[in-house]
Design a protein around this ligand. Structure first.
Ligand code: 1GP
Length: 241
């Protein structure tokens, strides 16, 4: 069964999924084995790798080290075409559908094709929706797009549905890495109610309570990055039963 089929099955069975996001610019390769000892004791089901930038081209060496350390699926979550490596298992083929910048709607995607058509990566079309998290985040800066205000629930839901109607297989509601305010419960609930495809939620989730709220509101998969970078003891709160 491939990565996407597993996500669909989990959604059908109402099994919640947690992805740990590793930013290659912030992860010391030496620390990967000990980091993964904690990951494996936790409820983590997926590993995402990516960041808004990767100036030192660290994605590939970091992915190689991660693949040595774990059997969990490793999925690229690239900020741009430079961050694609064949060493991962899959890639979120993101289109920033909340923005109006053609570079991140289609241009980076076209540039990725010569690489992807010759790779074994599982390509998962994903509609990426940036929502205001009360802080200007790297996604906003790098993509030069405006997030959707977190009060504009209809626009958020319509954007997510436009993604589904265009054939995206996942929708990712993103408050931005390190967001002060994560995507709100009512936004998640309303989007979930109207969407048929699986829903990913991330950005600014730092506590078990916030994770539980996101799951209970309808997120099928939650992504957490910064909270683990700041405090690996957070894994203690997320131990497998
Ligand atoms: C960012 O949604 C992810 O793209 C995770 O955000 O780093 O705030 O957990 P955090």
């Amino acid at each position: 069964m491939n990565i996407y089929q597993n996500i669909l099955l989990a959604k059908q069975q109402n099994k919640k999924l947690l992805a740990v996001l590793i930013d290659p610019e912030k992860m010391d390769i030496q620390n990967i084995p000990s980091f993964f000892e904690k990951v494996h004791q936790s409820i983590t089901t997926h590993i995402f790798v990516g960041g808004s930038t990767d100036k030192n081209q660290l994605t590939e060496p970091v992915v190689i080290a991660i693949k040595k350390a774990t059997k969990l699926p490793v999925i690229l979550f690239p900020g741009d075409v430079q961050q694609i490596t064949n060493k991962a298992d899959g890639i979120l083929f993101l289109s920033l559908i909340s923005g109006r910048n053609p570079t991140y709607l289609i241009e980076q995607q076209v540039k990725a094709v010569p690489f992807l058509k010759n790779s074994n990566l599982e390509v998962i079309p994903t509609g990426y929706v940036l929502i205001d998290g009360n802080k200007e985040t790297a996604v906003q800066r790098v993509s030069n797009t405006k997030p959707i205000p977190n009060t504009a629930i209809n626009i958020i839901v319509h954007t997510a549905l436009a993604g589904e109607f265009s054939g995206k297989k996942l929708i990712y509601l993103e408050a931005g890495s390190g967001a002060t305010v994560p995507v709100g419960a009512s936004i998640i609930m309303e989007t979930k109610n109207q969407l048929k495809i699986p829903l990913i939620v991330g950005g600014g989730i730092k506590t078990k309570q916030q994770l539980t709220t996101a799951f209970q509101s309808g997120a099928d998969l939650v992504v957490i990055g910064t909270a683990f970078e700041n405090d690996e003891y957070f894994f203690e709160d997320l131990k497998k039963l």
